[in-house]
Every structure is written in structure tokens, then in C-alpha cells.
Design a protein around this ligand. Structure first.
Ligand code: PHE
Length: 451
């Protein structure tokens, strides 16, 4: 077993966790679902969920990780040694991380490809009408998407090999400030374009008529995914948090930073989209088709902004992928005789295989279907409808109903040295509100997918 390491400072811990939280979910997914479900109206609901349920889950995972000093399966067992069955929930968390990262590296690979195509000038030669075709021919190519996901996964693995402090923490401390700077540069460019107010209005003016029940559920799902909670990642990072850090304050800072970056990403994207007369699209279309057209309309400076934008996306994705890979690697190190090196090698190889199969689902493997979907869409369903809500429900029930209340208070108060006046409210949310809300998300998701 490898020696237990942790983050060296509170700042390092926060940067690493913000790195995990800020990812494709913030820059790609959040802006378009916010636009789609009523702008400011969606934002209000999202804010409520992100602070009342997402942050509560983050605190829960941090408490479990720091108290147990273990990765998910062992964390459940050591916190409740008389109920060993809970370890299966831990295995499910690790499996969920594997499924998420295998899909995540595919999209991250697309991002790296778009960055290199923007830098080399290839993107600038593609007309607005050719963008969709360009995207389609890239994702269905027999090996290009695989090559880029391999590059991305290898970079992630090299950082994991560096270890918790010299790898994850060191990289996050450098990348997170760069990322913030990039978002701000792109926001300034976007809001100073002519007619940028149309995009800002699209994003922010609260239109409650677009906020359907579906939008409310999407807000909760997005809140969990965006904060990287509900799959044990924050249990592992929690075990690295310095002993005297205030879990409540740390979680609050991470949640606020994650939300701020998501909103700024919207500000960087929509004013520019409207300013150049484009229509906001959902899904991959927005980032991989509409935005490149917008950048092309900006002339030569557009190339610079395109490279900066895809770099931003790739860096955000990198620090998120690091946390997913770390969760699985840390688990393997803990539960076998593997050292960090061997574990990283094994886990990355598995990710490369499943990732490649997912990537090829839009190309040579598109006729290979699992339960009616191609492999990418099948994994996407697992990752959005089934696995995270199930793991999240189990986690809140575990802390709320299986762990001793005094132990939770002891961990949140750093053994009685800081006040925890918020505890009764937190405990109420963990025991009742979060499980009920998550059950609603799970059942509605399953119901809708079977329709
Ligand atoms: N939070 C990341 C994002 O917004 C994704 C992620 C989910 C990372 C779960 C780690 C664990 O893109």
C-alpha cells in the first residue's frame, strides 16, 4: 500500500477541488441549459440546489473522506464496521467514476483537436455551413478522436503519477488562476461586441415560462455533476484535506467558485453568439459548431480567441479528469498491493480501452448497440440518469442515518475547536431534503428514459 499523502495547504486543497468541480460541465453544459430553461429563472433554481443540496453533498463526502482517511469502499466500511454491505456502494462510486471518465476523455479529446485545428488555421478555412459537417466527419473518423483522447488521457495519467502534492495540487494551483484569467479575457471580449446585450438578456432575464419541471430536474442534476459530487471523488479529495481546515468554509468557497465560473462561461459565450447573428444551440453543437463560426467571424483575432477558448475548455476538463482518475487509482492502491505507478498504468489502460470504444461509437462502431443505444449514448445514460443519483442517495443516507451524529459534528467542528451553528440545518438537509430530492431525480429520469 502506498503511503498516505494529502494536500499541503488549504489553498492547494481548494484549488484541487475547484479544479475537479470546474470542467466541461461548467463551460459547455451549464450555459446552454441555462439559456434553454429560462435564463435567470433557471439560475435562481440552480443556486438553491447548488447550495442546499450540492454543497451539502460536498460537505458530506469531505466529512467521510477526512474522517476515514480511505477511498470509497473502505471509507464506508471503516465508518460503519458492523455493516460491511455498504462497501458495495463504494464499489459503485468507483465504477461510476470509471464510466464518467471514459466518456469525459472522449469530449476532452474533441476539445484538444479543436484547439490544435484552431491554432493551425484549419478552423479558419471552414465556412459557417461546413461546421456541422466538419464536426461530424471528425467524430466519425476511424482513429482521429481516439488519438486525441489518448493524448488527453496520457497527460492526465502523467499528472497522477506525480502524486497528490507534486502532481494534482501543483498543477491545480497553476492552472486554476490561468483558467480564471482566460474566462475573464473571453468575457470582456464578448460583452464589448456590438449588440452583446441581446446575449446577456437571453442568459439572465428570468423567463419562468421556460422553466419546466424538466428544467428544475436538470438544475439539480447539473448542480451535482458540476460540483463533482455523488461518485466518491470528494471522499478521496476529502481524505487529502488538511486536518484543521474548516469543511464548511472550504465547501462554500468551492461551490461559489464553481458557480461563478459557470455563469462567467455563459457571459463569455452568449453575447458573442448573438452578436454575430448565430443561434444558440444545445449539446455539442454550441461549442463545436456555433462557437467556431463566431470565432471565424472575428477575423484574425478570432483565431487567438478560438485557441484561448478551447485551451480553457481543455484545461478545465484536465483538472476534472485528474480527480476522476485519482479516485480510481487511489482505490486500487488501497485495495491491492499495487503502487501508484502500477495502479495509474492499469487504470489508464482501462480508460483508454473503454474511452476508445465510446469514441468510435460515432464512427466504425455505430452499429454496435447496447440496449438500443450506441455505446457513447449508453454510457451517457448511465452517467446522467442512473449512477450518480444512486451513489448520491446512498451517500447522504449513509451519513444521515448510519454514521454517529457525534462523529459528524466532531469532524465538522475539527474536534470541537470551531463552531458549527449551521449543523442542525445541514443535518436536516442531509437526512430528509437531499434523499427525497435525489429520489425524485432518479425516478423521473428513469421514467422519462423509458418513455
Ligand atoms: N465537475 C466536472 C464538470 O463540471 C465533472 C466531474 C464530475 C468531475 C464528477 C469529477 C467527478 O465538468
Amino acid at each position: 500500500m502506498s503511503e498516505k499523502q494529502g494536500f499541503s495547504s488549504s489553498f492547494g486543497a481548494i484549488m484541487a477541488a475547484v479544479g475537479s468541480a470546474v470542467g466541461l460541465g461548467n463551460i459547455w453544459r451549464f450555459p446552454y441549459i441555462m439559456g434553454q430553461y429560462g435564463g435567470g429563472a433557471f439560475l435562481l433554481v440552480y443556486l438553491a440546489f447548488v447550495f442546499l443540496i450540492g454543497m451539502v453533498l460536498m460537505m458530506t463526502e469531505f466529512v467521510m473522506g477526512r474522517r476515514s482517511q480511505h477511498t470509497p469502499p473502505q471509507a464506508f466500511v471503516s465508518l460503519r464496521p458492523d455493516r460491511k454491505g455498504w462497501r458495495f456502494l463504494g464499489y459503485l462510486c468507483v465504477f461510476t467514476c470509471l464510466m464518467i471518465i471514459s466518456q469525459y476523455v472522449v469530449i476532452s479529446g474533441w476539445t484538444v483537436n479543436y484547439m490544435s485545428d484552431s491554432a493551425s488555421g484549419v478552423m479558419a478555412t471552414i465556412s459557417a455551413t461546413g461546421m456541422a459537417e466538419h464536426f461530424q466527419s471528425f467524430v466519425s473518423h476511424p482513429w482521429h478522436p481516439v488519438l486525441f483522447l489518448y493524448i488527453f488521457t496520457l497527460i492526465t495519467a502523467v499528472i497522477i503519477l506525480g502524486g497528490v502534492q507534486k502532481g494534482i495540487e501543483a498543477v491545480s494551483k497553476v492552472l486554476m488562476p490561468i483558467l480564471l484569467l482566460l474566462v475573464i479575457i473571453l468575457c470582456v471580449r464578448s460583452v464589448t461586441l456590438p449588440n452583446s446585450s441581446i446575449g446577456l438578456a437571453y442568459l439572465f432575464s428570468p423567463d419562468f415560462s421556460h422553466l419546466s419541471a424538466e428544467g428544475v430536474l436538470a438544475a439539480l442534476g447539473q448542480a451535482l455533476f458540476s460540483l463533482s459530487v455523488g461518485m466518491g471523488t470528494m471522499i478521496v479529495y476529502g481524505s487529502y484535506i488538511p486536518e484543521n481546515d474548516n469543511i464548511f468554509k472550504t465547501s462554500l468557497m468551492i461551490t461559489a467558485s464553481d458557480t461563478l465560473i459557470a455563469v462567467l462561461a455563459g457571459v463569455a459565450i452568449f453575447p458573442a453568439v448573438f452578436s454575430f447573428g448565430q443561434k444558440p444551440a444545445g449539446g455539442p453543437g454550441l461549442v463545436f459548431q456555433v462557437l467556431p463560426t463566431v470565432f471565424n467571424s472575428m477575423g484574425t483575432v478570432g483565431t487567438i480567441f478560438a485557441v484561448l477558448f478551447f485551451l480553457l475548455l481543455a484545461l478545465a476538463a484536465l483538472t476534472s479528469a485528474i480527480s476522476l482518475l485519482e479516485t480510481i487509482v487511489a482505490w486500487l492502491c488501497e485495495s491491492s498491493s499495487c503502487g501508484r505507478k502500477a495502479a495509474t498504468l492499469i487504470v489508464s489502460s482501462v480508460v483508454l480501452i473503454i474511452g476508445a470504444l465510446c469514441a468510435l461509437a460515432y464512427g466504425p462502431l455505430d452499429s454496435f448497440h447496447v440496449l438500443g443505444d450506441n455505446l457513447f449514448d449508453f454510457v451517457d445514460k448511465l452517467n446522467s440518469i442512473y449512477l450518480p443519483p444512486i451513489c448520491a442517495i446512498g451517500t447522504v443516507i449513509f451519513l444521515g442515518w448510519q454514521m454517529k451524529k457525534e462523529d459528524v459534528i466532531d469532524e465538522l467542528s475539527n474536534h470541537g475547536s470551531i463552531t458549527t451553528g449551521y449543523f442542525p440545518f445541514y443535518y436536516f438537509l442531509v437526512r430528509f431534503v437531499a434523499p427525497i430530492a435525489l429520489l425524485v431525480v432518479l425516478f423521473t429520469g428513469i421514467y422519462n428514459s423509458l418513455q
